[in-house]
Design a protein around this ligand. Structure first.
Ligand code: MRU
Length: 379
């Protein structure tokens, strides 16, 4: 039931059991944590043991599936209405874990509609309401892998067509958008994986992605795991890389929320990459499932940007070997008493984006216009 077996798995699910890969321990240790309750799911998302927009939504949905199933088996719900109340209150609670990635809110709203419908059936029982919820949550896990495969194919086709006869395609990516951030395969990293599988990729570059190092800890780990030729750069090297290396023909990133006009919130540092892509005349591609598109958000100005704790910026966490065991060690690098601003995401304006690749196809703009994501979604 869980993701593609040939790639890394961050979410292992079998009915009644959910294990998540603790991404805070990567790349040094592979630790799976048992998520038994919605409180466990909420904590895993808030502390970023699970992160990445699609994975956040799926872990939230499945944490409720295992929690509700266990309660149902223990006879905790005495009616369909009692099961419905638990499911609805839990979804509201899960929505408070992180604010920016819309996938969580989209999943919660869709699941809530399914719950309401299930509970309103004349023959509804607690068991039927829970069962219908669980099936819908499980389907999200299955759909995400297929959506990512389609994103990979559409995105790779788009880049190869755009660069014409060039056989020298290198790309730069930011943050982590791979198997670890999704149910499997990945979005922006899925496109890189697809280019590599076709023999069309010369080299992948990944940014470190300060302050939380999703690039150096997670994307670098995935690229090595997949044997994709790759090089790590720190965020401040991106413009120099593009200047020196004309084979970098595209920057590919994921999204946490795409507004109706195409403005896109993604990991902090994405905006400056889009500016440098424009300056160097290369493609700047956003890759995301359509569940990342929020038509209720008209422009990027309406997107809530999460601010993370100061210590994620002032400290670095690594691993020291103590008595032969990898032991997490946090070291402060910033001066004491300095003020800190730590937004987790920024918004890239639609005019800097060449294309938005989804599982439904590739959204492009008419010259001089913004994206029209509402029309795109009707295709
Ligand atoms: O703070 P994170 O690690 O959850 O941020 C992740 C990103 O910004 C990703 O680019 C985005 O969620 C897309 S993941 C397929």
């Amino acid at each position: 039931m869980s993701g593609d077996k040939t790639t890394l798995e961050a979410i292992k699910y079998t009915p009644g059991k959910l294990l998540i890969l603790d991404q805070l321990a990567l790349p040094h240790e592979t630790i799976f944590e048992n998520v038994k309750t919605v409180q466990d799911g909420h904590a895993a998302i808030k502390t970023m043991k699970t992160r990445g927009a699609p994975a956040i939504a799926i872990v939230a949905a499945l944490s409720l599936a295992v929690d509700a199933s266990a309660r149902q088996t223990q006879g905790e719900f005495d009616s369909a209405a009692a099961a419905l109340t638990f499911l609805e209150e839990s979804l509201e609670y899960l929505k408070t874990s992180r604010p920016t990635a819309v996938n969580l809110f989209d999943a919660a709203n869709k699941l809530s509609a399914i719950n309401q419908q299930a509970a309103s059936a004349e023959s509804a029982t607690a068991a039927s309401v829970v069962q219908i919820y669980v099936q819908a949550a499980e389907q999200m896990l299955i759909d995400d892998v297929q959506d990512n495969k389609n994103i990979g194919k559409f995105g790779a086709d788009f880049i190869v067509n755009h660069v014409g006869n060039s056989k020298d395609i290198s790309v730069l990516t930011h943050c982590n958008t791979g198997s670890l951030a999704t149910a499997g395969w990945g979005t922006a990293l899925g496109i890189i994986r697809d280019l590599h599988a076709r023999g069309d990729l010369t080299h992948a570059y990944c940014t470190e992605t300060r302050p939380y190092n999703q690039g150096s800890r997670l994307t670098a780990y995935e690229l090595v795991y997949e044997n994709i030729p790759a090089t790590l750069v720190c965020d401040s090297m991106a413009s120099a890389l593009l200047k020196q290396n004309p084979s970098v023909q595209a920057i590919i990133v994921g999204a946490d929320r795409v507004a109706a006009n195409g403005d896109t919130a993604n990991k902090i540092g994405t905006y400056q990459l889009a500016i440098t892509a424009k300056h160097h005349g290369i493609l700047f591609i956003v890759a995301a499932p359509s569940t990342s598109i929020d038509l209720n958000t008209k422009t990027g100005a309406d997107i809530v940007i999460e601010e993370r704790p100061a210590d994620e910026l002032t400290n670095v966490t690594g691993v020291r070997i103590v008595d032969g065991q990898p032991t997490p060690t946090t070291v402060r690098t910033a001066a004491q008493h300095i003020g800190v601003w730590n937004p987790s995401f920024d918004v890239t304006p639609s005019e800097l984006i060449s294309a938005i690749v989804t599982e439904k196809g590739v959204a492009v703009k008419s010259p001089g216009k913004s994206f029209d994501m509402a029309s795109f979604l009707q295709i």
